[in-house]
Design a protein around this ligand. Sequence first.
Ligand SMILES: Nc1ncnc2c1ncn2[C@@H]1O[C@H](COP(=O)(O)OP(=O)(O)O)[C@@H](O)[C@H]1O
Ligand SMILES: [Mg+2]
Length: 508
Amino acid sequence: MEIVDKEIDWRLRVFDSMSYPTVILLPDKTIVAVNKRYLEKVGVEESRIIGRSCKEIKQEYYPDQKFPCNNNSECPLAKAVKYRTGQSVLLKHTDLHGEEGWEERVYSPILGGDGEVDYIIESIRDITRIKNLEKMYSGVRELIDRVVQSSVSAIIAADRRGHIIMMNKAAEMLFGHSAYSTDNINIEDYYPPGVAREIMSKLRDERLGGRGKLPITRVNIRHKDGTEIPVEMTAVIIYEDGMETATAGIFNDLRERQGVERQLKEAHAQLIQSEKLASLGRLAAGVAHEINNPLTSILLYANLMREKLEKDHPLEKNLAYILEDTERCKEIVKNLLAYSRQTNPTRKFFKLNDVIDESLRLIRDQKLFLHIKVVEDKAFPPILVNADKNQLCQVVINLIINAIDAMEGNGTLTLHTFENAEADKAYLEVSDTGSGISPEDMSKIFDPFFSTKELGKGTGLGLSMAYGMMEDNHGRIFVKETSPQGTTFTLELPLVPESDIILFETIG
Ligand SMILES: Nc1ncnc2c1ncn2[C@@H]1O[C@H](COP(=O)(O)OP(=O)(O)O)[C@@H](O)[C@H]1O
Ligand SMILES: [Mg+2]
């Protein structure tokens, strides 16, 4: 008997020291015992609880909790009795201070020797903290989700085998794949061949941004349609217990930025070019002025001498050479002055197509054209411009001669006029099927005296003069394209405003 008593005593002590409020009930729902914790929680004396039914207690002390007391098929206690297995129920309540809380009540049946349920132990766990954490966690998750989805950067994550597990809208746009696509696409397909592997090995490299991190890197990614797109990216490996479980990457499309960078670079190069040409122009103008007068007197006196010489005089041939070369010098000086814009253009309205006609008429009969096919592609209706027609013809003649030189006398020369009303510009293009301009020469071709032609064949003044003349006429000259298959030079002029055209047509 002593042993039994001791045993009961031991069991009671365990029951009382349980850290959860606990109640022991009979299958008919009468309360037979409650532990200390329970009394503390409810705040009443044991005598007011023992012997009463749990329904009464609940109605008295937890009026706001919704126990399924009136429905035996839902009452967890009745279920524990019926099925002889543990049951649980989650309940929301408001405590004495009006704070909302959550409880989990677990009902465990205690079976007697006959296998029937003798007692039920109900223990109550306060899970308010867990519930609150859960709520906070799902709130944070939702926020992160929204941040990720609305990010302008493309974000994707892949599992260890490279299968996409998450991608945001920006990523769908950048890669052209859908986040919910059922195609079995691997992260490797999101890059040109080999790039994904390279990124993974950089990610694992401790020296680059630390283990599992890739600092900002420029790469090309591959869109679904096969095009490669330059991006700036960072990436991370996600570890769980030291094991790689996933990778995530953030991508920013560089196309727009690269376009702007390129334009800036071009604008800068153009600025340098015009500064260079302007200073060379001043120098050239100075030299030309100084030389012009002596040249005129050389020509004058050499001509006088020739008149004085008797016919067939042995020196006559020498004098002819002097005159010829002096003329050549005068021509150079004239071009230099044109380049440095020391000549005054006389601007008039005329049809841009006229420049093609007149330039060709002036040089077409030359031997040079023997094996050249000339294609004229003239705008209709003709485009009106306001410029110095003679200067434009000189420019075009220079371009034609350069084109024929580049084709070494054999090929197709195309002359094309057109307009771009949106840009308010008229264009005249001279294209050849010649050998093209090398990248090293591109920055120098408009410099005075730059020529790749053999001595005596080129003065290197044609393009620099053209450059100056086009500026004088409020236009420009540039190389539209050049390759070993040929070159196109473009002359650009402002379109004449509609009102001026009407004026021109009435005057004639
Ligand atoms: N259509 C063209 N195709 C290839 N190269 C060209 C063409 N036009 C000009 N060039 C290059 O530009 C240089 C400068 O041209 P230019 O100023 O007219 O001088 P030049 O014709 O006297 O050499 C040429 O020597 C040549 O190298
Ligand atoms: Mg030339």
